[in-house]
Write a protein that binds this ligand. Structure first.
Ligand SMILES: Nc1ncnc2c1ncn2[C@@H]1O[C@H](COP(=O)(O)OP(=O)(O)O)[C@@H](O)[C@H]1O
Ligand SMILES: [Mg+2]
Length: 346
């Protein structure tokens, strides 16, 4: 288990119910992602006009950007029942066969983390998606026979954080693929505005801006920070959350102005102060911050790299000009990220 934090984009177990309440219920309420929203709306509208089930939909993108939310919206826009499962939950092809054979006409089947399906399940899915049919294998060995079973037409919505890991034959069977992007500052403010209404909070425009700018482009994190700020305001007797209150609250939770948390800052600080900006190997860097190399690589680094605060080079991790700037430090002459030094290829 990796260490979870306020700024990890993954869903915490106790967050499930809270998130369910915050989820936009239809496409009009869904903030941002204008292209995906428009294209998806067209796909759904057209299938309604034709009186057919909607094409299979693949949603890809980093955690917390709205894939599950969109899957639910597909079902509600189609006024269809929704069945939810996931790649890891389906142990073998038999599990998938059981789900598929119990679908009703027009039902939306949401398969989260579809890149983690087993091979046999994946192959069963090909046939189900294309021909609405599965072959149920009865018996074992030489006496085994495949009995074809017709399925009612259904819509598969697959979600994946790793579109690159999907085998081409699976990817090709989706009629529509939507790739979700990180949200802009304005879009995150809209997400927060909506959530604040639902939580019955009074937040100023500058307060929203303050929280949005620390949310790493991710609605899930924005909503989580908002809840923490709400707690802080409650305890401090602040009825209106302004920029100062939001800033003070998030500083207390060690989420800095760019959305870096304690671990991110520790990595960056070690890189710059202990190793002169690098290059330094991952395992050495991890020891310096007292974490597993895996945690540093998978939890802290993706965001640091995305923000241009850390470079990965063949010789190790290096600081960038932005790293020094963010820590308020002057880069020593000749250090990676120092003036005149070329930026590493990220
Ligand atoms: N476009 C959006 N507009 C408003 N809220 C959103 C949007 N996208 C995500 N959220 C919020 O963020 C949370 C996480 O979204 P979710 O769909 O579970 O992300 P994913 O499945 O991609 O990890 C949800 O509770 C939802 O309220
Ligand atoms: Mg999800």
């Amino acid at each position: 288990m990796m260490s979870e934090s306020l700024t990890s984009a993954g869903q915490e177990p106790e967050e499930r119910a809270l998130e369910a309440a915050m989820r936009p219920k239809n496409l009009d309420e869904f903030v941002g992602q204008p292209r995906v929203r428009q294209q998806l709306s067209l796909v759904l509208e057209a299938s309604k006009l034709r009186g057919r089930v909607a094409d299979h939909v693949l949603l890809s993108g980093p955690p917390g950007l709205g894939k599950t939310t969109l899957a639910m919206i597909v079902a509600s826009e189609m006024q269809a029942p929704l069945r939810i499962s996931s790649g890891p939950a389906i142990q073998n092809a038999g599990d998938l066969a059981a789900i598929l054979s119990s679908l009703t006409e027009g039902e939306v089947l949401f398969l989260d983390e579809i890149h983690r399906l087993s091979r046999p399940a994946e192959e069963m899915l090909y046939l189900a998606m294309e021909d609405f049919r599965v072959d149920i294998v009865v018996g074992k060995g030489a006496g085994a026979t495949a009995i074809p079973l017709e399925l009612p037409p259904f819509t598969l919505v697959g979600a994946t954080t790793r579109a690159g890991l999907l085998p081409a034959p699976l990817r090709d069977r989706f009629g529509f693929t939507g790739h979700l992007e990180f949200y802009s500052q304005d879009e995150l403010e809209l997400v927060l505005r909506r959530s604040a209404v639902m939580l019955d909070l009074t937040v100023t425009q500058a307060g929203f801006a303050q929280i949005a700018s620390r949310s790493r482009g991710t609605p899930r994190i924005a909503n989580r920070l908002l809840r923490r700020v709400r707690d802080w305001a409650l305890v401090h007797g602040q009825h209106t959350i302004d920029a100062k209150a939001a800033g003070a609250a998030l500083d207390m939770y060690e989420v800095d102005a760019k959305g870096l948390d304690r671990l991110d800052r520790a990595v960056l600080t070690a890189l710059c102060q202990k190793f002169g900006g690098g290059p330094v190997g991952l395992s050495t860097l991890a020891i310096a911050v007292g974490e597993e190399a895996e945690t540093v690589e998978e939890v802290a680094e993706p965001f640091l790299v995305r923000e241009g605060l850390l470079g990965r080079t063949p010789r190790g991790r290096v600081a960038t000009a932005a790293s020094w700037r963010h820590l308020g430090l002057a880069a020593p002459d000749g250090a990676p990220g120092a003036w005149g030094e070329t930026e590493p290829l990220l």
